[in-house]
Design a protein around this ligand. Structure first.
Ligand code: GLV
Ligand code: MN
Ligand code: MN
Length: 397
């Protein structure tokens, strides 16, 4: 396909959820999310695809053809706060265009082709990444999911109800998982590792998110003597530096990108600081080493500061090695496309435990992601559509 054809469809959602920062606020079950779902439904209808929601709020557009389990493609609409345009939506727009391309070539699939739009992939609203696919796979307890809250205190159950969805239906969906013979998620590359327009994923690093709570004694910034202070902000500051150091020494990554202070006043010592640790590593032993080194050092520091420190996992994802046969088949089909691992999480990583799964990456010239500067050229995106169409043709014939 040509770059103009890609741009034409891409531009239809370019302004949906766009913030003044140039990034996107596309949180699950928000008005923006509902607008994107509506757009998806309309696009599916234009193509004569049958659309349905599953019990977990994921949306699927079916090209009902042939027999047997279908080939699933697609990705997610939701973004991190002020995230880029491509992470997620590129996989959905590319899937719609790939269907157009297959249709235009006169291809008739021998099995269904299904485009999925997963919900809350980023955990940008409710904190748990890949929530829609994890619920589907039965690795998140539905009661826990329903009670998750967003930064305003709205629960997932409340948000779903307000959007006209039924939170009581949340839960494992083995039948739907069994209805797919393969899943291929196309995604923008999120680092600078891909030099060709299109690559194929080998693996996803093990990763997780941990909620950290630092407690102390709120007091006056101008009258509390230094020896009398129990300031959780100090322990938190130490933790940020310790995370980086432990990760650097072990050969992994650790990030503290979100923090909330109580009462969050300039002239008051905080009584509590809540922050989130994101850590990832090439293998599980390294990830465990970062976590244990970090936890024991911050505990020691909290003791010295007279503060409290607790850490609890919000999500943990083991290493994912994508289906070797599928990956090799796709790389060969694409003329020896480069194969590379990623440190980013994806619904593909969750479904990989149940369905032979692969990922296609589209080159990202700056490598920036989860930020407004995320990008890919229209030409590379068009090459991604061609690659996805070729893969779907191969898997559905
Ligand atoms: C999702 O994109 C993640 O890697 O956190
Ligand atoms: Mn994504
Ligand atoms: Mn992402």
């Amino acid at each position: 396909m040509d770059a103009t054809g890609f741009r034409r469809l891409w531009d239809q959602i370019a302004e949906t959820g766009r913030a003044d920062s140039g990034g996107y606020l596309r949180f699950s079950w928000s008005a923006t999310d509902l607008a994107l779902r509506e757009w998806f439904d309309a696009q599916a209808a234009e193509r004569g695809l049958r659309v349905e929601s599953d019990r977990n709020g994921n949306r699927f557009a079916h090209w009902d053809a042939g027999t047997g389990p279908g080939v699933l493609t697609g990705s997610h609409f939701d973004s991190v706060p002020h995230g880029g345009a491509y992470d997620g939506p590129l996989g959905i727009v590319s899937a719609l265009l790939a269907v157009d391309e297959l249709r235009a070539s006169g291809f008739t699939p021998a099995r269904p082709i299904v485009i999925g739009a997963f919900t809350e992939e980023e955990g940008g609203r409710f904190g748990v990444p890949c929530l829609g696919s994890r619920l589907m796979a039965g690795v998140v307890d539905p009661d826990r999911a329903r009670a998750l809250t967003d930064p305003d205190g709205t629960t997932l159950a409340e948000a779903m109800r307000a959007a006209g969805a039924d939170p009581d239906a949340l839960g494992p969906d083995p039948e739907r998982l069994a209805s797919f013979t393969a899943f291929v998620e196309l995604h923008v590359e999120q680092g600078r590792a891909l030099e060709a327009p299109v690559g194929v994923a080998s693996a996803i690093w093990p990763h997780g998110r941990w909620r950290m709570t630092f407690t102390g004694a709120g007091d006056h910034a101008g009258t509390t003597r230094i020896p009398d202070r129990r300031d959780p902000m100090l322990t938190f500051a130490f933790a940020v530096l310790a995370a980086r150091k432990e990760a650097r020494l072990a050969g992994g990554l650790a990030t503290v990108g979100r923090v909330e202070a109580v009462p969050n006043a300039t002239n008051a010592i905080a009584s509590q600081v809540t922050a989130w640790l994101d850590s990832r590593a090439p293998d599980e032993a390294v990830l465990a080493e970062i976590l244990s080194g970090f936890t024991s050092k911050v505990k020691d520091r909290a003791e010295r500061d007279g503060t409290g420190f607790t850490i609890a996992a919000e999500s943990e994802t083991p290493i994912v090695e994508f289906d070797l046969a599928l990956r090799d088949r796709i790389a060969a089909l694409l003329g020896g496309a480069p194969v590379l691992p990623t440190g980013a999480g994806h619904d593909a990583g969750v479904l990989a435990a149940h369905v032979p799964t692969a990922m296609l990456f589209v080159r990202n010239p700056t490598g920036v992601s989860h930020a407004p500067g995320e990008g890919a050229s229209d030409e590379d995106c068009a090459a991604g559509v061609d690659a996805l169409a070729a893969v779907l043709r191969d898997l559905a014939c």
